[in-house]
Design a binder for this molecule. Structure first.
Ligand SMILES: *[C@@H]1O[C@H](CO)[C@@H](O)[C@H](O)[C@H]1NC(C)=O
Ligand SMILES: *[C@@H]1O[C@H](CO)[C@@H](O)[C@H](O)[C@H]1NC(C)=O
Length: 652
């Protein structure tokens, strides 16, 4: 196989197994002819492998040539989706017709199917038509069957969708399970004069159904430009299937040529063999092994059930956090029996110790949760369930946990440089320079963006502040302490029963309504950015009159009465004024009292990386409320960024 980097950037100009004429092309199996790959997509055993069973990945493949005029097009393809479990696989694949291949760059895995990302999903500018084969329950659109075929135009909210299956010649509907691991065929036909799109699905080697599964009228002339690319996109989440296309035929102006089933059948055989060899089980022992495993699984499930029931009754918890368990003995040995000498600090919920694991010689931080508080216990259980499944270089990694009676011990990566709070406000003369501070801000923005947008569930952090930012050995910032975080699904609000957070970082609507959202996290992050640049706490007592002053007000005052740069930490000698100004103005924008003015974290990252210019707003904008008329013209909130940006001058 070719190295991936070659596959990524090369368009092979000589067709191998493909025949390419003005009437389109036909792939009876794939070699690299005229294909363009992106993400994890590759060719394996003559099949086009869009995703290879790796979690959170995106794979795409396009036909390398652009079609300069498509009218009544037609396509058909044979695919196999091999899920990791017989009843669970994610996320699916889609046939796409798009204006560019670039528009799909930056597409997200999971429910965005490798076609869109949270920002562009729904934009008319996407100029994209897709037929999706969705195999997992999408948390955003709960009412939609998880095993469905849908027609998408510029958004993943399908124009029309139907549970997977087909109409037999006698008119009956027969269900099909997309993740059955069996090959199936799809047909997509568009008629340019009637604007009718038909989509059909059938088991491999069955006739094309007479009655299509989906039939819609869509004027694709108004959706797509004249020149388009055709291809496939696929994505996995933590649930990871292998998505393969076995054969594909496309005609831009007429009926797609039939596929050569005898060749395809050979490839399907190879794919099956490949799947079997992956499991390394010789055929002869397969059946006894299955029987024994079913028996063992049943016993284990019953045992777990009984145990859980008992555990619940006794008010105890068992946690699935995807992390290793440690024994109490391991952790006691690592910390000198929790000696005070190993104490790193005391948090809201208990003490944190430094430990050295005896077996791996790894330094860890061990958080010992105070057993006296029931609420604390609950919140820490939230923390482990979430943290154990999250992996990002700007999050403090939870390595595992240990339960000792009613006490919980959480084992984290040790952060040798302590918390940012200490560095910023400690008595040490030494401080972190501008390059590191800017880097920490960008890192925490990336970590928070991951929590808000990239993971399959939205995680609201709820307690962003300098003391929750820890520094690793390279002085990268990492977000820790998810004790207050709670899971909630994309698109639904998190209703909380009590107010959590730290004074100075709490958004006005949070204290009023008591509801934490992404926007309240962004508010706290804005205050945090100011804190890092100014080296001042969010609330500081005024030297002259002893009155408390909010950091945000203090920065706005300085800006209005001269220069915003007067607020930069005097300990910072080498800062870049352009960057400091950017962070200060962005910090103020994020902590705008009106939540609709705050940008989303992905946009914050783009501002920080200077990929998008921060709009040149005036300090007066910060005192506008969402009821003011001028306000509407300035709203920068996501996802309408692209539209509102053009009306604003981009300078800083
Ligand atoms: C769509 O299906 C209907 C019903 O079978 C058929 O009459 C129509 O011609 C089809 N349209 C296209 C574009 O294939
Ligand atoms: C389809 O869209 C094109 C471009 O927007 C437009 O010119 C044409 O009139 C539309 N056709 C119909 C039938 O609406």
């Amino acid at each position: 196989m070719l190295p991936r980097y070659l596959l990524l950037c090369l368009i092979f100009l000589i067709p191998a197994s493909a025949s390419y004429t003005n009437d389109g092309f036909t792939y009876d199996g794939f070699s690299s002819g005229m294909l363009r790959f992106d993400g994890v997509a590759s060719i394996s055993s003559r099949a086009l492998m869009l995703t290879d069973g790796v979690a959170q990945s995106v794979g795409r493949a396009f036909f390398g040539g652009r079609f300069d005029s498509i009218s009544s097009f037609s396509t058909t393809f044979v695919f196999v989706i091999s899920p990791p479990y017989s009843d669970l696989g994610g996320h699916g694949l889609a046939f796409t017709v798009s204006a560019t291949t670039d528009s799909l760059l930056g597409a997200s895995p999971s429910q965005y199917m490798g076609i869109f990302n949270p920002e562009n999903n729904g934009n008319v500018t996407n100029q994209l038509f897709a037929v999706e084969l969705d195999t997992i329950q999408n948390p955003e659109f709960r009412d939609i069957n998880s095993n469905h075929v849908g027609i998408d135009v510029n958004t993943l909210v399908s124009i029309n969708s139907h549970p997977a299956g087909y109409y037999t010649p006698d008119g009956n509907f027969t269900d099909l399970l997309l993740i059955s691991g069996k090959p199936m065929q799809v047909w997509v036909d568009y008629d340019d004069s009637s604007h009718q799109v038909n989509v059909s699905l059938a088991p491999y080697l069955e006739q094309k159904p007479q009655r299509p599964l989906l039939s819609n009228t869509i004027n694709l002339t108004s959706v797509l430009p004249r020149s388009v690319y055709v291809g496939f996109a696929s994505a996995t989440s933590t649930v990871r299937s292998i998505h393969r296309i076995i054969g594909w035929s496309f005609n831009p102006n007429g009926e797609a040529k039939p596929l050569n089933y005898s060749v395809l059948s050979e490839i399907i055989q190879d794919v099956r063999r490949d799947a079997q060899s992956r499991s390394h089980v010789p055929k002869g022992v397969l059946i006894p092994v299955i029987i024994v495993s079913v028996f063992i699984t049943t016993v284990v499930i019953v045992a777990i059930y009984v145990y859980m029931k008992k555990a619940r009754q006794s008010g105890d918890w068992e946690i699935d956090c995807g992390s290793a368990s440690f024994t109490y003995k391991d952790l006691a040995a690592a910390t000198n029996s929790f000696s005070d000498k190993m104490l790193l600090g005391k948090g809201g919920f208990g003490k944190v110790y430094k430990g050295l694991l005896q077996t791996s010689k790894q330094n860890v931080a061990i958080k010992r949760v105070s057993p006296e508080s029931k609420q604390g216990m609950k919140e820490f259980i939230a923390e482990i369930t979430i943290l154990g499944h999250l992996h990002h270089r700007n999050l403090v990694q939870l390595l595992g946990y240990c339960r000792n009676k009613s006490e919980l011990l959480l084992v984290y990566d040790y952060m040798p440089n302590g918390s940012l709070d200490r560095v910023l406000h400690g008595r040490d003369k030494q401080t972190v320079g501008w390059v590191h501070r800017f880097n920490i801000i960008k890192g925490i923005a990336a970590g928070l963006c991951y929590l808000h947008e990239d993971w399959e569930k939205v995680v609201i952090h709820r307690d962003i502040k300098a003391s929750n930012v820890l520094l690793d050995n390279e002085m990268n910032g990492r977000l820790g302490d998810f004790g207050l975080a709670r899971l909630h699904n994309h698109g639904t609000d998190a209703h909380t029963t009590h107010l959590a957070g730290t004074w100075g970082y709490i958004a006005p609507e949070l204290s009023r309504l008591g509801r934490a959202t992404k926007a309240t996290d962004v508010f706290a992050f804005g205050v945090f950015m100011l804190e890092v640049v100014c080296g001042r706490r969010p609330i500081q007592v005024n030297d002259s009159d002893g009155e408390p002053v909010l950091l945000t007000d203090w920065v706005v005052d300085a800006w209005e009465s001269g220069s915003i740069l007067n607020t930069v930490d005097p300990k910072l000698e080498d800062y870049l004024s352009e960057e400091a100004e950017l962070v200060l103005k962005l910090g103020l924008l994020c902590s705008h009292s009106a939540q609709s003015a705050r940008p989303c974290m992905r946009l914050v990252m783009q501002y920080l990386s200077k990929d998008v210019l921060l709009p040149d707003y005036q300090p007066s904008f910060l005192s506008l409320t969402s009821r003011d008329e001028e306000f509407g013209q300035h709203i920068l909130s996501c996802p309408s960024v692209a539209a509102t940006m053009t009306g604003l001058s981009g300078g800083r």
